[in-house]
Design a protein around this ligand. Structure first.
Ligand code: SF4
Length: 404
């Protein structure tokens, strides 16, 4: 019998549509959060109608024919510009986690098994981080109207803001679709304040499956007995989103850095928590503080013994993108990051998204219209926080003066 490994994967293939998909907080599903198109999710349907349906099958066929599907153009544009796209990073990671044979099996086997699910239950959130919008946070709804009325209609905002996954959908998901799944990624909104997400976690916990890992991405503001009891005996890993330190974090997230850190420590004490992570969204507001962030957590590694990784994601929207600043300025910070990593002997697997970040930091500057969007956005956020970031972080003020 021939092994799947004897075939090779087409160059333009991405493993995502062969392993899972993403349920978005606005009642839609998509291949992944980098994909161009979203499709309406019908809560009456089972997940198999998506997983075995025509839309995802046509993506698979396109990839198997070694062509770029229109939903995936963003990844190939990044690759062309010399950066590592989500596709490249996902493929590399999954080949490492599952091994070549299992990955090839997922691609070439007729009856595909849903191995991973990336799910958001709603956009309910208690924070209004400056890199977010009402698609992902209900706290942005009011401010989004204000932003649009002030001419900032370049951001993604939701028209229908009342969607959420209901208990019927969760029960059907647990009964019918969960058996092959190895990893569930839970995002939001803020999942740990969403009652239906806590219901889902409790149900999963009753299921007692050792081969299932649940990852929760949280803003780390809600850590109470309800959350701890919902986590139960699950095989759980938690990623805290924090895009800065101290008052810089407070401006970006509108929350107290030290309170978030306290919650992180409390959660790390839970016995069944396997690993924890920090997730830093790199934007024009904080690209110059990446090396401080690495230093801070390298220093705390002994105390936070379950902390496995710092992950760097990139805010690509033009009003948030660090490429509004000159290439020379960004290169200066690339050198600073590289020196820190070398000096502290930071291992490659402690920094997820590191190579992609350095590659994107070195790309060309964006157009003048992007710079203008960023300036408008900065001034809107400064007035929302009632504090200027350039006063809180003098280094940011200097960059603003010198390199826009
Ligand atoms: S190629 Fe890119 S956009 Fe398409 S599914 Fe993969 S990661 Fe997502």
């Amino acid at each position: 019998m021939s092994s799947h490994c004897e075939k090779s994967l087409p160059d333009k293939l991405c493993l995502i549509p062969f392993m899972g998909f993403n349920i978005h907080p606005a009642g839609e599903w998509q291949l992944c959060c980098s994909a161009r198109k979203k499709h309406l999710l019908n809560l009456e349907d089972q997940l198999s109608s998506i997983w075995e349906g025509n839309i995802i099958n046509s993506v698979r066929e396109t990839m198997l024919a070694n062509k770029v599907h229109p939903d995936c153009v963003g990844c190939f544009q990044l690759e062309k510009a010399g950066a590592a796209s989500r596709r490249i990073r996902f493929n590399k990671k999954r080949l490492k986690i599952y091994g070549k044979d299992k990955c090839y099996k997922s691609v070439y086997e007729k009856k595909k098994r849903l191995l991973e699910l990336d799910i958001s239950f709603s956009n309910l959130c208690n924070l209004d981080c400056v890199t977010c919008n009402s698609e992902y946070s209900s706290s942005w709804i009011k401010q989004d109207y204000k932003a649009v009325s002030e001419g900032m209609n370049f951001r993604n905002i939701r028209k229908d803001r009342s969607w959420k996954i209901n208990k019927g959908f969760i029960d059907s998901l647990i009964e019918n679709s969960i058996k092959d799944i190895k990893m569930i990624f839970i995002k939001g909104g803020e999942p740990l304040i969403e009652p239906n997400c806590l219901y889902f976690l409790k149900k999963l916990s009753e299921f007692q499956r050792d081969d299932l890992t649940v990852y929760v991405q949280t803003n780390g503001t809600a850590m109470d007995s309800k959350v701890i009891s919902a986590i139960g005996d699950l095989n759980i890993e938690i990623s805290f989103s924090a895009d800065g330190l101290k008052s810089h974090y407070d401006w970006i997230r509108g929350f107290d850095f030290y309170k978030m850190l306290e919650n992180f420590e409390q959660l790390n004490a839970i016995k069944n928590l396997k690993h924890s992570y920090f997730n830093y969204t790199v934007s024009a507001f904080n690209f110059h503080r990446v090396s401080d962030f690495i230093k801070f957590f390298m220093d705390k590694k002994k105390r936070f013994h379950k902390l496995r990784r710092l992950s760097f994601g990139i805010a690509h929207e033009s009003h948030l993108n660090f490429r509004v600043f000159s290439q020379d300025t960004r290169k200066k910070y690339i050198r600073q990051i590289e020196e820190t990593v070398k000096e502290l002997n930071v291992k490659e697997d402690f920094l997820d998204g590191y190579t992609a970040l350095l590659q994107e930091l070195s790309l060309d500057k964006l157009s003048e219209s992007s710079v203008q969007k960023f300036q408008k956005w900065l001034s809107f956020c400064n007035s929302m926080r009632k504090k200027n970031l350039q006063d809180i972080d003098l280094c940011f003020g200097q960059i603003l003066k010198e390199s826009l």
